[in-house]
Each structure stands twice: as C-alpha cells, then as structure tokens.
Write a protein that binds this ligand. Structure first.
Ligand SMILES: NC(=O)C1=CN([C@@H]2O[C@H](COP(=O)(O)OP(=O)(O)OC[C@H]3O[C@@H](n4cnc5c(N)ncnc54)[C@H](OP(=O)(O)O)[C@@H]3O)[C@@H](O)[C@H]2O)C=CC1
Ligand SMILES: O=C(O)[C@@H]1CCC=N1
Length: 286
C-alpha cells in the first residue's frame, strides 16, 4: 500500500497557477489537493478545464489576464503546440515567478525566451493519479526554494529524480512519460490473445491485469533482477519457454522496444525543434 506522508506545503505553492488542466495537469492537480495543497491558493487558467477535480475550492479563469494577483509558481500543463499562442499572454502577467513546464519536447531555452522567472521542467506520467507516478525534474537556474517547491509537487505524485542534463528529457519522455501507454496496450493485447485461445473476455482481462500488476510489484520488491525473475518462471521446455520463443525469439521484443522508444525520443526532439523554430505569438505548428 502506498502511503505518502506530505511535508508541509512550501510557500512557493501559495499562489499556484495551472495553465491547462487536461489529462495530465488535472491528474496532478487532483493529487496535489489530496496531498494537502490548499485549493484556495490555486488558479486554473483554461477555457474548458476537462481535468478539473471536483470539488475544487480554487479559481478557474479562461485566460491569464483574468488571473489577478501575481503567481508564486506557474505550472504549464498545455500541449506543446499551444505554447506560441498562449505563452506570451501568461508571461506578460506572471512577473518573475518560477515556471514549471510539463510539456514534452519544449526545451528550457524556448521557455526562458518568454518568461522572466527561472524555468524548471518536469516529465510526469499518468500513474500520478494514484500517487504512483514517476517524475523527472531538471533546472539550471532555479534556486533551492524553487527546487524544494517542485519536489513537493513531484513527491505528491509518486517518486522523482533530478536529471543530470536536459538532453535526457527526450529519452525519459519516451520511456516513463509515454510508457504507461505501452503497458496499457500490452495488457489489452495479452487479454485479447487469451480470448483468442478460448477464455471469456472478463476473465482474460482480469487475469492479464492481475498478472501485470503482480509481476510489476514483485519486480519492484524483489532483490532479484527482472531477468532472474523471468528465469524463475521459465521451466526448461515448458509453456513459458514456448511463449517466450514467440515473444522474443531472435531478439524480436528487443528490436520492437528499441524501435518504439527511438521513435518516441525522435518525436520529442522534433517537437523541441519546432517550438524553437517558430517565434512566440505566432503559434507553433508541430
Ligand atoms: N498525457 C500524458 O500522459 C502526459 C502529458 N504530458 C504533457 O502534459 C501536457 C498536457 O498534456 P495532456 O494533459 O495530455 O493534454 P490535454 O489536451 O488533456 O490538456 C491540455 C489542456 O489545455 C487546455 N487548453 C486549451 N487551450 C487553452 C488555453 N488557451 N489556455 C489554457 N489552457 C488551454 C486544453 O483544453 P481543451 O481540451 O479544451 O483543448 C486542455 O484542458 C502536454 O504538454 C504533454 O506533453 C507530460 C507527461 C505525460
Ligand atoms: O504523447 C505525448 O506527447 C505526451 C508526452 C508523454 C506522454 N504523453
């Protein structure tokens, strides 16, 4: 069972603006509120915030010009493609507040060209909804106060790590940012394959889901490596060996995962380059 013991809420979070409250921004906001962030201090800036938690004690406004008092921290939860259109308006009223971006691809240089305050980047993932996300963080300019503030936010969502260099974000995004989708797809495909050999759909789904959940929990708790745990399951000439021969014969799975992570990493780089190629205010076509 996951037990998050929240530290006192840092002053950096006293007037938090969340710009873009969709799937990821909304999941994080829900978790922050559950972890003790006072909703009264939060302003959501989004014309149609689909991810807004209910109830929500904070303010919701359609654009930054309506947000009122200057923020203590700005969190960017918009799509990278929206930065050119939305960023300048937020920057115009954000003063020197630190800015925390969760946008895939968009690099600190592109954000720092817009915002006066120090920019931090994070790459969260959707298991944050249940406090079991992992968040990668990076900043060059942020002081210890800003770092402690964003660490509180990341801790509320699960585990965190600081990256050594910003360039790691592209691969991190391809792994932990996008990774939940790979795993959800795997669960679907596993269940569907079990249906194809005769199991009822509901039973196949439950067995697939519980197998993935239990195996991930065992891998996380065991002293053994995933490879050693795999070997524990694989009897010589047994059923698992027969299955693995299909899944991974001739390095098939390794090739597939390499191609998957490489494509996502490359897309992150493309998005970064597109954000840098288009001047702010004109909108970014990615
Ligand atoms: N989803 C994920 O698993 C992850 C996403 N990210 C990053 O998080 C960011 C958000 O992604 P995600 O939550 O999936 O996307 P969503 O589209 O769900 O969220 C973006 C939100 O911004 C809103 N928005 C649109 N126009 C404006 C505006 N003018 N001002 C303010 N808000 C506006 C959208 O509203 P509307 O729906 O009406 O357009 C939506 O609510 C992206 O940059 C993504 O790279 C990072 C890690 C994981
Ligand atoms: O697909 C995307 O671009 C975002 C970033 C990581 C997860 N979702």
């Amino acid at each position: 069972m996951f037990h998050f013991q929240p530290d006192p809420v840092p002053p950096l979070l006293s007037r938090l603006w969340l710009v873009g409250c969709g799937a990821m921004g909304g999941a994080l906001l829900s978790r922050w509120l559950e972890s003790g962030l006072p909703g009264e201090g939060v302003t959501v800036i989004d014309p149609a915030p689909r991810g807004l938690p209910e109830p929500f004690a904070g303010r919701v406004v359609a654009n930054a010009a309506e947000a009122g008092d200057a923020p203590s921290l700005v969190v960017l939860g918009i799509k990278p493609q929206m930065l050119g259109a939305i960023g300048p308006g937020v920057a115009a009223v954000a003063g020197a507040a630190p800015v925390l971006s969760m946008m895939a691809g968009v690099r600190i240089a592109a954000l720092q060209a817009l915002f006066a305050g120090p920019v931090l980047r994070m790459m969260p993932n959707t298991p944050a909804q249940i406090g079991q996300g992992v968040t990668a963080l990076f900043s060059e300019r942020a002081d210890p106060v800003a770092r402690a503030g964003v660490e509180w936010l990341a801790n509320a969502a699960g585990s965190l790590l600081w990256l050594e260099e910003e360039a790691q974000f592209d691969a991190v995004t391809a792994l932990s940012g996008s990774g939940p989708a790979y795993l959800f797809r795997f669960i679907e495909a596993l269940a569907s394959a079990a249906e194809a050999v005769g199991l009822p759909a509901a039973m196949a789904r439950q067995l697939a889901l519980d197998t993935v959940t239990g195996s991930a929990a065992l891998a996380a708790q065991s002293d053994l490596s995933p490879a050693a745990l795999r070997e524990q399951v694989t009897s010589p000439n047994g059923t698992t060996a027969a299955g693995l021969q299909q899944l991974d014969g001739d390095g098939l799975l390794t090739s597939l995962m390499r191609a998957t992570v490489r494509a996502a990493t490359e897309r992150s780089r493309q998005m970064a380059e597109a954000a840098e190629a288009v001047p702010p205010k004109t909108g970014v076509a990615l």
